[in-house]
Design a protein around this ligand. Sequence first.
Ligand SMILES: Nc1ncnc2c1ncn2[C@@H]1O[C@H](COP(=O)(O)OP(=O)(O)OP(=O)(O)O)[C@@H](O)[C@H]1O
Length: 237
Amino acid sequence: MTQDNREAMIETRDLAKSFTLHVQGEVRLIVLSDINLSVGAGECVVLDGPSGAGKSTLMRTLYGNYRADEGAILVRHEGDRVDLATASPRLALELRRRTLGYISQFLRVIPRVPTLDVVAEPLRARGIDGQEARERAAELLDRLALPRRLWSLSPVTFSGGEQQRVNIARGLLAAHPILLVDEPTASLDAANRGIVVTLLHEARAAGTAIVAICHDPDARAALATRYYSLPPRQLAA
Ligand SMILES: Nc1ncnc2c1ncn2[C@@H]1O[C@H](COP(=O)(O)OP(=O)(O)OP(=O)(O)O)[C@@H](O)[C@H]1O
């Protein structure tokens, strides 16, 4: 099934983003222009384009970390269609809590919080009881083969692959209907890559719409239901 015969969960309309380099003579870099991307429930669209094409910039703009210069980011949120490009900070936060998840490549956490609580936090933020949230976090950490002896420790000192699995568990636990995933397998060995691919397949089967950046050829092929090529970039204005 393609995006044409299902309703978009997230859709951009003529999205544009540039950066102005204030300390470098006000040079303006046009990174994204005319981005029209539409992702339906159960799809995984992998972003395509050479290094510097703007894949990470698009992900950050879709999540609202970067403000779009032009265009719309239409997100299906609790039965409504919301434009994240113009949403209030309060609505944007609510969207992130319930609808739009982001699994970034690197873990950023408050020091001293145990791993189990780091993973359980998105459920707690939705008002789910601490015990239940921790039990669900534990199931996912088990599936991701993160040793139990690490669960009571802060992940700040974990290895790259351990941190990545904590990040993935945290990002998947809340089962957001839309998931932005940046290099989900970059730091993982083959066995763990396989587990992550399976978990993302399960999310898709449950109807999650996924946008991913993934350089690893095997993981890309396993994850993608479709590719989106970023249009060629204009040079500085
Ligand atoms: N915060 C920023 N300020 C200024 N320029 C930026 C900023 N973020 C990204 N850029 C520029 O935007 C362009 C696209 O970068 P981006 O990281 O989105 O590319 P990418 O396709 O993800 O590349 P890669 O595959 O190498 O990770 C680059 O030329 C980069 O220098």
